[in-house]
Design a protein around this ligand. Structure first.
Ligand code: WTA
Length: 571
């Protein structure tokens, strides 16, 4: 079989023809499916949950199947609506108001999802934080967003420098243990006493909904700000790309601390009224296969890193499970290896559909619709309503097969509307009417886009975006470290691993213990995924005359490549 082009399987898809759905496309048509069309107002929490809870045909349908090693729970749309109303009443009691930033720092759990919708129901802005973040990562995000409330657990509280965050007025603790109610709000107790009805705050399409922090080449993490309008695209891509239908059981494996875990772990499935599986706990191939089998998952959205681990785990393991209900798989976050697609064809008799997008874009932009021919290695084509191109540094379009900046015509529903507190950074994304992604790619004659790499120094390790600056800043806080330069080093399983080059301060000797201590220092300060897997000691770190670390040069050294233009290198 020719694996360079895999035809679509026979089947009934929500979109039958790529060309047809793009023809005369208008986002406003989709808005008509929401309350906004009648009232001019909207709330994504209403559209995702309350609307179904009010529908007699839908209210008892399972919205959420929660499955963790120590807890299993099924929750209907009506129950999720009532629980989020209860939390919303608690937030209101403590004076949370429209536009306030309320951050969530806890593992995936039913309480997380009820709280997330509660924040939206108030008209406040949700800021979900990845549960593995350590103190510095938490501090940076709460400081920058000036969050006034944090919902967390007693176990994670020690990573929150509560007394050093002047804007943070209230901390809510979710858990059953002893809670100091003088200082903290006792979630379980307060919620149990709260009313199950709540008057939702109707907002404008352009009102704030969500902030996700993400990393760039330089500086601290940036707060990518999204508005309720984004749900239009979450809903539409849920229909077209995820191909969600009434009876689907859908599982998105991403954590809601990252954008995939909200756009496609929350909005897309629930806006489409579909049963959504949420799995807590750690990844192992066995436990994930079990989740697919036990819940009879039909549609699965995951990441290349996980898929590569399944491939390594072997075909024998696959044969121990029943995946007969699975009909559609998608991937995001990193380049999807053609070998993985070939593997899934052979072992599962299913294609894997790559999708491309970013925290900043809020939703899928370049995809493989189920009805399309899949070309392994390509990210696919732009969704309806989206114009994508390859442009040069001035924002001029380049012809097919030429490599350049992957760019999207500015102004789609889920596009970020700001970088929190940083208008200059926001403006810098746009050139000549294009949003310039920072990814390099080319487009073939048939309009398929092919990813080539990042144009900046952002590292993508196991699908997680890490900014080298953050890691370097943490490294030099260690007493033994003088200077540090951090790069992504290609890795067959993780895509890239983090490699740090450091100089040692006088009096320190390069021992294995010291290197391990430095690694742990970053892990404990930032998070496990940001800790360098490799540390190399050098005499000096190459810098430009203006003092910028030349990571490009470090990378060339690492890979044994020609070093290119070094004219700006400091003496
Ligand atoms: C990379 C995740 C290759 C890319 C939703 C992008 C991809 C960054 C793909 C965004 C893909 C995402 N193929 N690379 N299909 N999808 N990327 O913000 O470099 O965590 O710029 O958003 O991941 O990562 P982020």
């Amino acid at each position: 079989m020719d694996m360079t082009k895999i035809p679509a399987r026979q089947g009934v898809y929500n979109v039958e023809s790529y060309e047809k759905v793009r023809e005369g496309f208008d986002w406003n048509e989709i808005k008509k499916e929401f309350s906004w069309y009648e009232t001019g107002k909207i709330n994504a929490a209403y559209e995702a949950i309350d609307k179904h809870a009010k529908n007699p045909m839908m209210k008892d349908k399972t919205a959420l199947i929660y499955s963790a090693p120590d807890r299993e729970e099924s929750i209907t749309f009506e129950q999720l609506s009532k629980r989020s109303n209860q939390v919303a009443n608690v937030l209101k009691k403590y004076n949370v108001a429209k536009g306030d930033r309320v951050f969530l720092f806890m593992p995936r759990s039913p309480e997380f999802y009820a709280s997330f919708f509660a924040i939206l129901k108030i008209g406040a802005i949700a800021g979900p934080l990845f549960e593995a973040f350590m103190e510095q990562a938490v501090r940076d995000r709460l400081e920058d967003s000036e969050a006034t409330m944090l919902i967390t657990t007693p176990g994670l509280l020690e990573r929150v420098p509560v007394d050093e965050l002047p804007a943070l007025k209230q901390v809510v603790l979710v858990g059953d243990g002893e809670i100091d109610t003088e200082r903290y709000i006792h979630f379980n107790k307060e919620v149990a006493d709260a009313s199950e009805s709540f008057d939702i705050e109707w907002v404008d399409l352009e009102d704030g909904m969500l902030i996700h922090y993400t990393s760039g080449s330089t500086g601290k993490p940036k707060g990518v700000y999204h508005v309720h309008n984004a749900m239009i695209q979450h809903y539409a891509t849920g229909k077209w790309v995820i191909d969600l239908k009434e009876d689907d059981v859908y599982w998105c494996t991403a954590d809601p601390g990252w954008v995939t875990g909200t756009s496609y772990g929350i909005f897309a499935p629930w806006l489409n009224g579909v049963t959504n599986v949420i799995r807590g706990g750690r990844f192992t191939p066995e436990s994930w296969y079990e989740t697919l089998e036990k819940n009879k998952v039909t549609v699965w959205y995951t990441a290349p890193t996980a898929l590569r681990k399944f491939v390594s785990a072997g075909e024998e393991l696959v044969k121990q499970y029943d995946f007969s209900h699975l009909r559609h798989i998608m991937s995001v976050g990193e380049p999807l290896n053609p070998e993985v697609i070939t593997w899934a064809q052979r072992v599962l008799n299913l294609r894997i559909h790559d999708t491309w997008w970013m925290t900043e874009t809020g939703a899928m932009l370049i995809v493989n619709l189920p009805c399309m021919e899949v070309r392994p290695g390509s990210m696919g084509k732009p969704i309806p309503g989206i114009e994508a191109a390859i442009v040069d540094n001035e924002g001029n379009e380049l012809p097919p097969n030429q490599m350049g900046n992957l760019a999207i015509r500015k102004g789609w529903p889920s596009m970020m509307r700001a970088i929190w507190n940083n208008p200059g950074k926001y403006e810098s994304y746009f050139i000549n009417g294009w949003y310039v992604s920072g990814d390099s790619a080319y487009m073939d004659e048939d309009g398929y886009f092919w990813f080539q790499g990042r144009l900046d120094d952002v590292i993508n390790t196991s699908g997680e975006r890490v900014g080298p600056f953050e890691v370097e800043s943490k490294l030099i806080e260690h007493e033994a470290v003088g200077e540090a330069g951090v790069i992504g080093k290609p890795d067959p399983e993780r895509g890239e691993i983090i490699k740090a080059f450091i100089t040692l301060n006088p009096g320190y000797e390069a021992t294995d213990e010291l290197l391990e201590d430095i690694r742990l220092f970053v892990k404990k300060g930032l998070s496990a995924h940001a800790a360098p897997r490799e540390i190399e000691i050098t005499e000096s770190i190459p810098k430009t005359r203006s003092g910028k670390i030349m990571r490009r040069l470090l990378k060339s050294w690492e890979l044994g490549l020609p070093t290119g233009d070094t004219s700006t290198l400091e003496e």
